[in-house]
Ligand binder design. Structure first.
Ligand code: SAH
Ligand code: SF4
Ligand code: F3S
Length: 492
């Protein structure tokens, strides 16, 4: 076991995927310059890269998947754990070599690491020409001009209003079936371990009408699934009154409009009954019964909730400033089961070895996992981030080996639970949305069920974007296998 976890920071198939960088596809619309963009971190970052590509396209750039061909290279970065930043620094050394051969190339660091380190990044990494925080992407064309004039260009201004609502994202790496829609930015929670409030700024919600319009547009282009993204989607709140621009353009009754997350979910679900709606991330302190009843009311809202717990121990949760305790969390899970039933998928994030965590407190995390029976989890050991509340207030006193050993125990527990949960699906009929060919074999296709589990089926006369009714015949810890019963059933 110990060998297995020698160097792991994060484990789970999904997280490995989430942490892997994504590069751009080749796009040739006749523009005369080429952009290469690589994204790290969470879905919000991947979604932001699509905004960036759109801004760049307007300014004469097509995307390329080969950085040697690029005039501009962007790295959209993550600061969530130390390792995420190390990965970026390694990539910068690779791009440094490319720039030596092609000195006119411009290299920009975007996203959370840019925001966290600001000008310091220019001093530390000689190869970087541009540093841009997540709220300053509209300034990119200007920053590129500055960089091309031989000056260092930095904009890490954090906004209270920017939501990029009017920018139509260029879908990068898209399978043409599933797309992200960013519904809010920033985070107003102050979880003591977390760097996000510092790198992404204050929470703000995007105009719901622009969200619905984007969902419509995606459906008209053939997309079948949208995922609404925010660090804490349950605190989504938009009111026309607070939005001065809307006030000028809207009638009196529209000005009093207030849209909550439950309202927004409903509005997006009503775009089309054949458009699946997902969302992430839900915060245990904010998820309301209203949201749960809305999920229940619409067939096309997927029965899956990512509800990160972080720790199963109330003292640690308090130190983490999560503002709920173990009992509150378990009550929310009970409510999910009561309203949405056993079949609703629930996943979590867990941090092991947070400051002063005792062995018993760690066991509380394991016992909570047993009680909830998560379908899967993203699991990490604690990585202290400079400037966070925890870094200021608490000592990072759990030795690395202990953090890793506890992480291994959490991972082992999750594997057992995932398998247990998957076995419950055996023999069941479910509808999957086909995403493409399985990674392992051309003779197999893959699609997700409502609970967000990957289901593998034999290849047949189907296309990605088809809904398939399947019967689950087999499973492993990570995957379900099924046989196809019906193509494009009336109800999804
Ligand atoms: N907004 C989401 C989480 C975003 S960050 C939420 O509140 O749940 C994704 C996950 O990274 C977190 O849930 C947490 O488990 C993990 N994480 C954040 N900061 C971390 C740190 N300093 N060390 C280890 N893991 C961390
Ligand atoms: Fe970080 Fe907490 Fe905000 Fe999530 S809710 S992004 S963990 S501060
Ligand atoms: Fe990373 Fe920033 Fe997302 S720190 S997890 S890319 S919000």
């Amino acid at each position: 076991m110990n060998n297995l976890i020698k160097d792991i920071d994060i484990i789970s198939a999904e997280e490995a995927q989430a942490c892997n960088f994504k590069t751009t596809v080749d796009e040739s619309t006749g523009k005369n310059r080429k952009l290469y963009i690589e994204s790290y971190g969470c879905a919000m970052n991947f979604s932001d890269s699509e905004i960036v590509a759109s801004i760049m396209k307007e300014n004469g750039f097509d995307t390329t998947s080969d950085f040697h061909q690029a005039d501009v290279i962007f790295l959209n970065t993550c600061s969530i754990r130390e390792k995420a930043e190390q990965t970026v620094r390694k990539r910068l050394t690779v791009f440094n070599k490319a720039k030596k051969k092609k000195p006119e190339m411009t290299i920009g660091v975007l996203g959370c690491m840019a925001e966290r380190l600001k000008e310091k990044l220019l001093e530390e990494e000689k190869v970087v020409d541009i540093v841009v925080g997540p709220d300053a992407y509209r300034d990119l064309p200007n920053l590129i001009n500055i960089a091309e004039d031989g000056q260092k260009a930095v904009n890490t201004f954090l906004s209270r209003e920017e939501t990029y609502a009017d920018i139509a994202p260029v879908r990068l790496n898209s399978n043409g079936v599933s797309a992200f829609i960013s519904i809010m930015r920033g985070c107003d929670n102050m979880c003591s371990f977390c760097v996000v409030p510092f790198t992404r700024g204050r929470e703000r919600s995007r105009d719901p009408h622009s969200i619905v319009a984007e969902a419509h547009d995606l459906f008209n282009k053939g997309y079948k699934e949208v995922t609404l993204l925010g660090q804490n989607v349950d605190s989504y709140k938009w009111s026309a009154e607070e939005n001065n621009k809307a006030r000028l353009n809207k009638k009196e009754e529209e000005i009093s409009e207030v849209v909550t997350f439950a309202n927004l979910l409903e509005m997006v679900a009503q775009v089309n009954p054949m458009l699946r709606v997902r969302f992430s991330t839900s915060h245990p302190k904010d998820i309301t019964d209203d949201v749960l009843y809305t999920i229940k009311a619409y067939n096309n809202i997927c029965k899956y909730i990512h509800l990160p717990v972080q720790s199963g121990n109330s003292r640690i949760l308090e130190m983490m400033n999560r503002t709920y305790d173990r009992e509150w969390y378990l009550e929310r899970v009970a409510k999910i089961r009561e309203i949405l039933g056993e079949e609703c998928g629930i996943s979590s994030d867990m941090i092991t070895g947070f400051c002063s965590e005792t062995e018993e407190e760690h066991l509380d995390t394991l016992s909570l996992m047993d009680l909830v029976k998560y379908d899967f989890s993203y699991m990490f050991y604690y990585s202290e981030r400079p400037g966070t509340l925890a870094a200021k207030k608490y000592e990072d006193d759990i030795p690395l080996e202990i953090k890793k050993r506890r992480l291994a125990e959490v991972i082992t527990k999750q594997s057992q639970l995932s398998h247990e949960r998957n076995k419950l699906d055996l023999g069941k009929e479910q509808v999957i949305l086909l995403e493409g060919t399985s990674k392992k074999s051309q003779n197999e296709l893959k699609g997700r069920n409502s609970a967000n589990k990957m289901v593998i089926v034999p290849n047949g006369n189907y296309q990605k974007g088809d809904y398939l009714k399947v019967r689950i015949t087999d499973c492993t810890t990570a995957t379900l296998f099924g046989e196809v019963l019906e193509i494009n059933p009336a109800s999804i």
